[in-house]
Design a binder for this molecule. Sequence first.
Ligand code: ATP
Ligand code: MG
Length: 267
Amino acid sequence: MSQDLKQPNGTDILRVDGLSKKFGGLKATDGVNFSVQENSITALIGPNGAGKTTVFNLITNIFPPDEGTVAFFGKQIAGWSPMDIANLGLIRTFQSARVFPGLTVLENVMVGRHRLIKSSDFGQMLWSPESRREEMRIRSQALAMLKIVGLERFKDAHAVDLPMGAQKLLEVVRAVMGSPRLLCLDEPAAGLNDTETEELAALLRAIRAAGISILVVEHNMSLVMNVADHVVVLDAGRVIAAGSAAEVQRNPQVIEAYLGREQNAAA
Ligand SMILES: Nc1ncnc2c1ncn2[C@@H]1O[C@H](COP(=O)(O)OP(=O)(O)OP(=O)(O)O)[C@@H](O)[C@H]1O
Ligand SMILES: [Mg+2]
């Protein structure tokens, strides 16, 4: 299938080594190691409170680790500002959807592109024919992305008026507009219905096919098993397993720590 043109190619683009972070006496992450291969969809899974969002916050330096390092394309990025990290091409979304109020759906997506426009260009932007052409190009790119996730018909609606699931899809689309090299998504399927989840799966595969690697935190196991090339399992701040979706699914420690608990809860 043309969507699967790009596949994991064995090159690590993100390496996380020994990441530890304590909150008070609680070890939110405890010596976390894993890597993300170029052109892969890597899923980071684990029960509530396992430390998944903390790993994202450490990678994007929302707060610094107590110990450990993060390398992106071989560069140590510990201590870089979240903005500089985004400018390197490591772009994330947040667990709770954050659309810009006061902007339409289309405008929300177009805003994702603007991190690439230098502020010195802003004056020019308003007036030059070249800028207007660029704006039209961004607009048609944004519309094409909205079409993939079935939101094109809502392009002129206020983004805050969309249902939560649609707002989450919108956030992913906006992040892609920033041309990431690695896209980190924190629970993009939370609040999505089955149709929206299928649209998200199609979007994630399309993103990978375009050469963008993905690190995704997700509780929706069927989505993970469906799209992930590699799965890393966290429990109580530690990596307890890593491998293909099929491998981690049959790992007894994972079944006990995560899937087992879920099954017990469902029983
Ligand atoms: N800023 C913070 N201050 C204090 N404690 C925190 C902070 N962030 C996370 N924690 C704690 O660290 C642990 C890991 O939290 P984290 O949010 O990383 O888990 P998670 O795996 O993302 O869980 P969930 O699946 O519920 O989103 C939890 O016990 C949480 O209460
Ligand atoms: Mg979380």
